[in-house]
Design a protein around this ligand. Structure first.
Ligand SMILES: Nc1ncnc2c1ncn2[C@@H]1O[C@H](COP(=O)(O)OP(=O)(O)OP(=O)(O)O)[C@@H](O)[C@H]1O
Length: 575
């Protein structure tokens, strides 16, 4: 957790002021019992009303000053810890933005969300308390012991005997609660994961009548978290009464032994009253410290989870001196590329070699799981090839800057993903400074003009989260328009025509041909009709190239391609 405290640096003035204010507040708390004892011994016993009024007024002033310090310390600690939380969230978010898909796969989206929100809040809360307790508890405890000893050394033995008992109780509770707190954070991750899957997959869950099953899954995760929280809270709830019991027993011992000391003339009545107050102050300081002992391990479990994210270096990084990409990037070359997903024993792609030329369309076809999307993902460096190289022009993609590389690419992903906002904003996502004219043109090429025109607000129609208020085919066309508006030199279509009817598919491909005349086109498709006009077709099977050539060449030479074609086209179409 200490590592994270570097984020407090900008707020050190506020922290120093907080510590000073807490220091002053504690001094005032420590001084009040002594004044009380003076009132009793020098005012009440001799019957000096003037003295009582004077010291009473002084007590009021000191209590008021202590109160002002307490309010100031609360304000400053909450403010600086709040700013710390804000900065840390931004830092984690910015760091996660640089992650490659490897890191997302490793930590998981749900856990990243918990770590950026709940975990940071835990650390922030502890920091707010820590700023106050770390000065107050030791000062109150040591100061209290000194003040109590100044009243009567012998009586102080009672306090000195009780403190280790309290310390042992606290230690036992802390040792039991640390693992529980750790597992609580993991269980919050699990709950978030189930919740996320349920919310995003609500349509599938309903259509398969799996609502009850999913409810059960959620309840199980919820119950699991609840049980751990209950176990932790039981421990915490037990701590307070046990500590109070010890404190009350200590008070009885002090009053009993103090009575004897008064009888023996070793201590005055006022001093005994002050002594009892100091004893309570010492024990309250220990209770505060024990709360910290409980909260700090929980927060440090959270801090470790946050630090893990911050320490994680993106597997894909820019080269030290990135090479500039040519203005219009040329061909895409796969040079004997083999790729393993992290931890996988079998490669998802093996020995892939081909060249996709500018001005030509290269299509990739193959069964599900044959590695088509994986191949596409190596071009914008979502993953890096394990062996061999992917080159654009003559430059290895690993030597270019990721930003420049991706600037030259227009990717239409397999799952069309849109953002909350208007249709125009979603298309403009591809090019920030696109004019209205460019947006309309991209929409026209993507065959989206008709359906956009039929929407009540046209280009200003609002899309719901994830684009749920448009159809699958409409979503695909919008994400195609988003890529087209960039006018990149490389287009990657990852099964992007699958939700289109045959007529729209054909019209779109015809429009694309003129639009992307000098660009390099790589089209992944399942439908033969989509790929048969391509200049080059690559047939993938289990991550290997099973054939490469034009439609006619492959029909003649590739058994795998023939099988795919036979399963989809009629005799006349094949001819
Ligand atoms: N993130 C991942 N981690 C581990 N393995 C993966 C990951 N993504 C895909 N795979 C595996 O890699 C192989 C190729 O997957 P890929 O998504 O490239 O296939 P595809 O040809 O695009 O399939 P489809 O047509 O069904 O989309 C599959 O066996 C798949 O299980």
């Amino acid at each position: 957790m200490l590592k994270l405290f570097r984020f407090m640096k900008p707020y050190r003035t506020a922290v120093i002021f907080t510590l000073v204010l807490v220091f002053l507040q504690t001094l005032s708390d420590l001084y009040l019992p002594t004044l009380m004892s003076d009132i009793v011994d020098d005012g009440v016993v001799p019957g000096d009303t003037g003295y009582i009024w004077r010291i009473g007024a002084l007590m009021l002033v000191i209590a008021a000053l202590g109160g002002v310090c307490a309010v100031g310390a609360s304000y400053l600690s909450a403010k600086s810890a709040g700013a710390f939380g804000r900065d840390l969230r931004s830092r984690v978010f910015a760091h996660v933005e640089q992650f490659s898909l490897n890191e997302f796969d490793k930590i998981g989206t749900a856990s990243l969300i918990t770590r950026t929100t709940n975990d940071i809040t835990q650390v922030q809360m502890v920091l707010t308390m820590l700023m106050r307790v770390m000065v107050m508890a030791p000062l109150m405890c040591i100061g209290g012991i000194i003040m109590a000893m100044s009243k009567d050394v012998k009586l102080s033995l009672v306090i000195i005997a009780v403190v280790p008992v309290l310390a042992i109780i606290i230690l036992l509770v802390v040792m039991r609660s640390i693992p529980l707190f750790k597992s609580m954070q993991t269980k919050i991750d699990k709950l978030n994961l189930v919740l996320r899957e349920n919310l995003t997959g609500i349509r599938v869950i309903r259509s398969f009548n799996r609502t009850r099953h999913e409810q059960g899954r959620f309840n199980a995760a919820n119950e699991d978290l609840t049980q751990t929280s209950i176990a932790v809270n039981r421990l915490m709830a037990g701590l307070m009464p046990v500590m109070m019991l010890v404190m009350n027993l200590a008070s009885i011992a002090i009053i009993w032994y103090g009575g004897k000391r008064i009888e023996a003339g070793g201590i005055a009545v006022g001093d005994l009253i002050a002594f009892i107050q100091y004893a309570w102050q010492i024990m309250f300081a220990l209770i505060f410290a024990s709360m910290m002992f409980v909260m700090v391990p929980r927060a440090s479990a959270s801090a470790a989870r946050i630090q893990e994210v911050l320490d994680m270096q993106p597997a894909i990084q820019d080269a030290d001196a990135p090479q500039p990409m040519p203005a219009r990037a040329g061909s895409v070359v796969f040079d004997n590329v083999t790729f393993y997903y992290p931890g996988a024993e079998v490669p998802a792609l093996s020995n892939i070699s081909f060249t996709a030329e500018p001005g030509k369309a290269t299509a990739i076809i193959g069964g599900t799981g044959s590695g088509k999307s994986t191949l596409i993902h190596l071009i914008p460096r979502f993953y890096d090839a394990s062996e061999g190289a992917v080159r654009i022009g003559n430059e290895d993609v690993r030597r270019a800057s990721q930003e420049q590389l991706r600037d030259s690419i227009g990717l239409v992903p397999q799952k069309a993903l849109l953002f909350t906002g208007t249709i125009a904003e979603n298309i403009r996502f591809g090019k920030e400074d696109a004019t209205d004219e460019e947006i309309r043109h991209a929409a026209a090429v993507a065959q989206a003009t008709d359906f956009i025109g039929s929407m009540p607000e046209g280009y200003d129609s609002i899309l719901a989260q994830g684009g749920t208020n448009v159809s699958g085919g409409q979503k695909q066309r919008l994400s195609i328009a988003r890529a087209l508006v960039r006018r990149p030199s490389i287009y990657l279509f990852d099964d992007s025509f699958s939700a289109l009817d045959f007529k729209t598919d054909a019209k779109l491909r015809a429009a694309l041909k003129t639009e992307t005349a000098d660009a390099t086109l790589i089209i992944v498709a399942q439908r033969v009709s989509t790929v048969m006009d391509a200049d080059q077709i690559i047939v993938l099977e289990e991550g290997k190239i099973a054939g490469i050539g034009t439609h006619r060449e492959l029909l003649a030479n590739s058994e795998v391609y023939r099988e795919i074609v036979m399963s989809q086209l009629s005799e006349e179409e094949i001819a």
